[in-house]
Design a protein around this ligand. Structure first.
Ligand code: ZN
Length: 154
């Protein structure tokens, strides 16, 4: 099975999702990430995130960040909503380009950037997704979200 097919299977069968997530190679990012786990019971919206872009994935900052200390690893939770993406690259870009190389890396560096964090992370996200085969719908959603953030924080 190709990775795309595995993703398709995870989209259709929620019992396969935890296994699919373990198939994503996060070793290159283990410096920033403690774990990536599927959370089938919590819906992203209920978590209290106010992100305009519905990613379906949340990065929990390491406790050290409360003391502005660097070097902490984040725990990442993937919610059912993340499997609403139709394209595997949309999923990977959200997990890796946005959550890991964006939020988790920021948290590791001990710099949460406070209010401007989302603007920074999304600007970088848009640049990083160029390497992937994301859907046009996805690229437009990231672009739209960036515009909203620029108006608010830029
Ligand atoms: Zn974000």
């Amino acid at each position: 099975m190709t990775f795309e097919e595995e993703f398709e299977k995870a989209r259709e069968n929620e019992y396969f999702r935890a296994k699919f997530i373990r198939m994503v190679d996060i070793k290159p990012y283990s410096k920033y990430v403690k774990s990536v786990k599927y959370n089938p019971v919590q819906f992203y919206d209920s978590y209290g995130s106010r992100e305009k872009f519905p990613s379906g994935i949340t990065t929990m900052p390491p406790w050290r960040l409360n003391f502005l200390m660097s070097g902490g690893k984040s725990k990442i939770e993937v919610y059912p909503q993340a499997f609403f993406f139709k394209n595997v690259d949309d999923f990977l870009s959200t997990l890796i380009d946005h959550e890991i190389l964006g939020h988790a890396k920021r948290y590791f560096e001990g710099n949460s950037l406070r209010g401007k964090e989302e603007l920074f992370v999304t600007t970088q996200h848009l640049a990083l997704l160029e390497r992937r085969n994301c859907s046009e719908e996805y690229v437009n959603a990231v672009r739209e979200n960036l515009k909203i953030l620029q108006n608010r924080f830029g």
